[in-house]
Design a protein. Structure first.
Ligand SMILES: [Zn+2]
Length: 466
């Protein structure tokens, strides 16, 4: 956060005036485009959360903020989408054969957001002032320039059918994504039997390769566990610790009721060249998790995950079998809160700004944007990176451990120049001379398990103390 003195903290501005300024700022931060949580507003204005709460109540009394029946503050105007769609049904637009065909096809396929897509497509046609059927011309050389023109008008905020606040803030608008509109055009063409070749009708490809680089170092993981515990309590720290280890999707993380099985084995840490035999008793946990079906087609089923780091093992020892790993009543609340805590951690680690407004202004296709918008995605990628490091970059082993099929998994298998230079490095048996402890590597999983079971000693250290 910047060090400048906030107006209401300025000793020269007194009482009522300071209160007025503070209240005005709280109002701004509550409403679009900021829509900040009370917690983040508190940070921005350097006041407690309860102070912000009281100011918001005052604003409600002043008639500047509205509340819903349940007393929650309404941040944005109610979604006008439904009425927009209803308006459309009165127009010529929904009498056009190709639009009817598209709508019926979307409904048959049970596409939930079909009204949203149709309204978006209507906005595209209105903005460009064209008949929908121009998108059905079987020549992308005709269609692509129209799409480009729409994107340009959209970025300039010149689409008349968008929300007002888009036009008010040109910088924000220039960074907004017209993806939803492009998707509507694609869907319209496809469901009318048209073909779209790869590379046509795309804005920019999602930089999966870039985002897949997201990872936490070993130290960041440990700092994260401490940060979560100190600031948000043990439960949040446990969730974070297990997520690091399991890398499951957030829904699975909060719905799973894993069954844990403790496994004890003694490994021989030495090889044929060592004079002493290093017998190392090792323990780890096998977690059996039932994955609920995600789509109608998939059946769901059991899968297995392994818990091997000391911190995560300690968490498991406190958990009950076949119970959720948290006490949240609502999965949605759990997810929202976890995402927010992760953003706070990333800010604490210096990965993103601590200022929530800066956070909202990151450009898409940058790492910082990914950290802010997909904090749990960062955790999943980080888990895969860690598994790659502890298995000697064994992609097929990782794909077995990770269980869930991930299209990004093949990206991890691609070794960088840096990876190639670290082949054969192992924190247990061959610690590198310039050891990078932030990202420990092991030549195989067995050496990683031995290391994690022996307080992080290398083989040499173990032999010396044997
Ligand atoms: Zn090794």
């Amino acid at each position: 956060m910047s060090n400048e003195i906030l107006l209401w903290d300025n000793p020269r501005i007194k009482g009522e005036q300071a209160h007025k300024l503070l209240k005005q700022r709280v109002l701004e931060l509550t409403l679009p485009p900021h829509n900040l949580t009370r917690e983040n507003i508190a940070k921005m204005v350097n006041r407690s959360i309860s102070k912000v709460y009281h100011l918001q109540r005052e604003l409600v009394e002043d008639g500047k903020l509205q509340t819903s029946q349940s007393g929650h503050i309404i941040k944005a105007k109610p979604d006008r989408l439904a009425s927009k769609y209803a308006d459309l049904t009165q127009t010529q637009f929904l009498q056009i054969e190709s639009v009817i065909k598209w709508r019926d096809s979307l409904k048959r396929a049970e596409v939930k957001k079909y009204k949203y897509m149709i309204v978006n497509f209507w906005k595209v046609c209105k903005t460009l002032d064209v008949h929908p059927d121009v998108f059905l011309i079987d020549d992308m050389n005709e269609v692509n320039p129209l799409v480009d023109k729409f994107i340009q008008l959209f970025k300039e905020g010149k689409t008349h059918y968008l929300k007002n606040n888009a036009v008010k803030d040109p910088l924000r608008q220039s960074k907004a994504s017209p993806q939803a509109y492009i998707e509507a055009i694609r869907s319209f063409i496809r469901r009318n039997g048209g073909d779209i070749a790869d590379g046509d009708l795309v804005i920019r490809r999602k930089p999966v390769d870039l985002y897949a680089k997201a990872k936490l170092s070993d130290n960041q993981r440990l700092k994260g566990i401490r940060f979560m515990k100190e600031n948000f309590g043990e439960e949040m720290a446990n969730i974070f610790t297990l997520h690091n280890e399991l890398g499951v999707r957030t829904t699975t993380l909060f719905t799973m009721k894993p069954r844990f099985e403790k496994i004890t084995r003694t490994f021989d840490g030495s090889d044929e060249n060592d004079k002493v035999r290093l017998q190392v008793p090792c323990t780890w946990y096998k977690a059996t998790i039932f994955e609920q079906k995600q789509q109608k087609a998939s059946k769901g089923g059991y899968f297995e995950k392994y818990i091997i780091t000391p911190k995560a093992k300690a968490v498991v020892e406190k958990l009950k079998d076949e119970e959720p790993i948290h006490n949240y009543q609502s999965i949605k609340t759990a997810k929202d809160e976890y995402n927010e805590r992760l953003r706070q951690l990333f800010a604490h680690l210096g990965m993103i700004s601590t200022n929530p407004i800066d956070q909202k202004n990151y450009e898409e296709n940058t790492m910082k944007w990914f950290y802010v918008h997909y904090p749990t995605g960062v955790m999943r990628h980080s888990c895969v990176h860690w598994l790659m490091r502890i298995t000697g970059n064994n992609a097929s082993a990782v794909s077995t451990l990770f269980w869930e099929k991930s299209e990004t998994l093949k990206i991890y298998a691609k070794q960088s120049f840096d990876d190639l230079l670290q082949i054969n490095d192992c924190a247990f048996c061959r610690p590198p001379i310039e050891s990078d402890k932030r990202f420990r590597r092991f030549c195989n999983l067995k050496h990683a398990i031995i290391f994690y079971n022996n307080g992080g000693k290398s083989k040499k250290e173990m032999i010396q103390s044997a």
